[in-house]
Design a protein around this ligand. Structure first.
Ligand SMILES: [Zn+2]
Ligand SMILES: [Zn+2]
Ligand SMILES: [Zn+2]
Length: 275
């Protein structure tokens, strides 16, 4: 499978609109972007494409990068930066776009992610929402796709495992999550050829968060920024825990200091990986 990182930024992206910080300026100087989150997975055996999350930057992403229009999609959770690009499917996708989302009821919204996507995009007759039960693989675009619960309070959110049943290649995405990923989900995400891990800011920025950091390591470094996202250190720690052959850090904010923001393994839009 060929994995293209279409969007590697957090909800404001880098550069951020109206921002003149050193990091946003450095991104403009380098001609790189971290647009809102989305990952394209092409199955080179079947010629089909799966899109993980529908970025509000969908149109620009598909105009910029050499990828096919998706044949199916997966939605990790209902936040704007992961879902609200789905409207772009209108008159762009062929006949029908199956979109897989979790079927568990979120106690906060009283509906599942699948229910919310269904009601919000009810007017799009080319989108068919398919209920997916967490931890149960669905065969999508010739790949085995599994949603696994992660920790992104207050909403439910899911990591995604994509495996090629023929080649054995494995891609794991953490989704938006704290370091507190449940054991059963860690087992499902483990041993990927590529891990894409939420790493919104470096741990040093936790002191600027009203809730600080949490899930500290043995040296007192916070692996979670506030309650919702991993720090860079948390994401690297999780990559270690999961024995990832390779990890790229995604969902990255412009708050990284400019002299760290473009260091390995922090991703930028347009990276491709053949697994
Ligand atoms: Zn900025
Ligand atoms: Zn989110
Ligand atoms: Zn997000």
């Amino acid at each position: 499978m060929r994995v293209t990182l279409l969007g590697t930024g957090d909800t404001t992206g880098t550069p951020t609109v109206g921002c003149d910080c050193d990091t946003c300026r450095a991104a403009r100087d380098r001609g790189v972007q971290r647009s809102r989150f989305s990952v394209h997975v092409a199955n080179d055996r079947t010629g089909e494409s799966l899109l993980v999350d529908f970025s509000p930057d969908f149109r620009q992403q598909f105009l910029t990068h050499d990828v096919d229009v998706p044949d199916a999609g997966v939605v990790s959770h209902i936040h704007f930066d992961h879902l609200d690009g789905l409207g772009n499917a209108y008159r762009v996708v062929d006949d029908d776009l199956p979109v897989y989302a979790a079927d568990e009821t979120d106690p906060v919204t009283g509906e599942s992610v699948a229910d919310t996507v269904r009601s919000k995009y009810d007017y799009l007759d080319r989108v068919t929402v398919r209920d997916a039960t967490p931890h149960r693989a669905e065969r999508v675009c010739g790949l085995d796709v599994t949603l696994v619960p992660v920790d992104h309070p207050p909403l439910v959110c899911y990591g995604v495992v994509v495996e090629d049943p023929v080649t054995g290649a494995k891609l794991s995405l953490t989704g938006d999550t704290s370091y507190d990923v449940p054991e059963e989900s860690r087992a499902a995400l483990a041993d990927p050829d590529l891990l894409l891990a939420d790493a919104i800011v470096p741990a040093s920025l936790c002191e600027k968060h009203p809730l600080g950091g949490s899930h500290h390591d043995a040296d007192g470094v916070p692996r979670t920024f506030g309650t919702k996202h991993m720090t860079r250190e948390g994401a690297l720690s999780l990559a270690d825990d999961l024995d990832a052959a390779r990890a790229r850090l995604v969902h990255v904010a412009h708050f990284y200091p400019a002299d760290e923001a473009f260091d390995d393994p922090i991703a930028v839009d347009g990276e491709t990986y053949d697994l």
